[in-house]
Design a protein around this ligand. Structure first.
Ligand SMILES: NC(=O)C1=CN([C@@H]2O[C@H](COP(=O)(O)OP(=O)(O)OC[C@H]3O[C@@H](n4cnc5c(N)ncnc54)[C@H](OP(=O)(O)O)[C@@H]3O)[C@@H](O)[C@H]2O)C=CC1
Ligand SMILES: Nc1nc(=O)c2c([nH]1)NC[C@@H]1CN(c3ccc(C(=O)N[C@@H](CCC(=O)O)C(=O)O)cc3)C=[N+]21
Length: 296
């Protein structure tokens, strides 16, 4: 028997629909339009695709999109000055600085210059600390999207064994925090983990966020487990360019209970959650009630 495919595209369309509806009501009742500013430094082709998709979907949900494209050689001071302007701009409720930044910039410094209330990526140290201590934070979009799909699929996650492979600040660590908050027993694995296969086989929920094409084979998956594949890897196979995850899909699909595909899994939900976070930030900035069903 094969696994249930968790359709991230459909989930994302649902989230976007709910965002659009609440944006419409916000506009009708208060004359407010949420605004998202996306800053891209340099010309990484993959980043350009994401930024274009984000801008398009922002406008489709009735929000304002402000794109700032800076050349790769932009100085750090110039980027910080732009962030200052966006922090002060009342029309801008969310700010996203696309990562990675060019090598000559200090990413931590840049991210921590963003007003935490506008930090829709949830990467600012204030938001990281708020999430870790169980307080109201802006929650990183990719882990938030994964959590929404897991909750929808499982209902209650309490007591389940969750293994997160990857410990980055943008995916692995916040994912682990969210699973812990939902009372999973959480293991974070990484490149130094001993016997990763055995660790993975203990997982009721397996989240792969590594960045290595198809490194997790089917026989690392516990029968019936839910597999969330965050990996986005561009490879060439049989002369064709292809997008694959960190999980070997065909093998894992035979053993898992449910699995997210790549593409069409976590990726679309990341963008939908970015829109949801922008709406949340706008509501908070205006002292209005939180949007329903769109926060963690
Ligand atoms: N779908 C989406 O919306 C998004 C997808 N992504 C994708 O998710 C993947 C991960 O991204 P990100 O977290 O930024 O990546 P990073 O490169 O920042 O982190 C990768 C993590 O994987 C671990 N790792 C590397 N090799 C191994 C190994 N052989 N065994 C076990 N662990 C290993 C690293 O361990 P160590 O710390 O020890 O080095 C590290 O913690 C990428 O494919 C990225 O493109 C990212 C963001 C959003
Ligand atoms: N500050 C910042 N915040 C981010 O959230 C951020 C970032 N920087 N840098 C890069 C990563 C990566 N990321 C993705 C978003 C959407 C898809 C996505 O929509 N993927 C589609 C396929 C798109 C394609 O074909 O390339 C899918 O999986 O179906 C993927 C990856 C956000 N990131």
């Amino acid at each position: 028997m094969s696994a249930t495919i968790i359709d991230g595209k459909a989930f994302a369309a649902d989230v976007r629909g709910r965002v659009a509806e609440q944006v419409g009501r916000l506009n009708d009742a208060h004359g407010i339009t949420p605004g998202l500013a996306v800053v891209l430094v340099g010309e990484d082709p993959a980043s350009q695709v994401y930024v274009r998709n984000k801008g398009k979907q922002t406008v489709e949900t009735g929000m304002n999109s402000y794109e700032h494209k800076l050349p790769a050689e932009t100085g750090e001071a110039e980027l910080l000055a732009l962030i200052e302007r966006l922090n002060a701009d009342p029309e801008v409720h969310g700010i996203l600085v696309q990562l990675p930044l060019p090598d000559h910039m200090d990413s931590d410094l840049v991210i921590n210059a963003i007003d935490p209330a506008k930090d829709v990526d949830g990467f600012h140290i204030s938001n990281v600390g708020l999430l870790a201590t169980g307080q109201k934070a802006m929650v990183p979009c990719t882990p938030l999207g994964c959590l929404m799909m897991l909750r929808a699929h499982h209902g209650n996650l309490s007591g389940l064994n969750a293994v997160v492979v990857g410990r980055s600040n943008i995916v692995g660590k916040p994912m682990a925090q969210l699973l812990l908050r939902d009372s999973c027993t959480v293991t974070i694995a990484h490149s130094r983990t001993r016997d990763l296969a055995e660790v993975c086989r203990g997982a009721d929920i397996l989240v792969a966020a590594v960045g290595r094409p198809e490194m997790i084979p089917g026989d690392w998956v516990k029968p019936g487990a839910t597999v969330i594949d965050v990996g986005i890897n561009r490879i060439e196979r049989d002369g064709k360019r292809k997008l694959v995850g960190d999980v070997e899909f065909v093998g894992a699909n035979r053993i898992a209970g449910a699995i997210t595909p790549v593409p069409g899994g976590v990726g679309p939900m990341t963008i939908a959650c970015l829109l949801a976070n922008t709406l949340t930030a706008c509501c908070r900035a205006n002292g209005l009630p939180e949007p329903q069903g769109l926060t963690a």
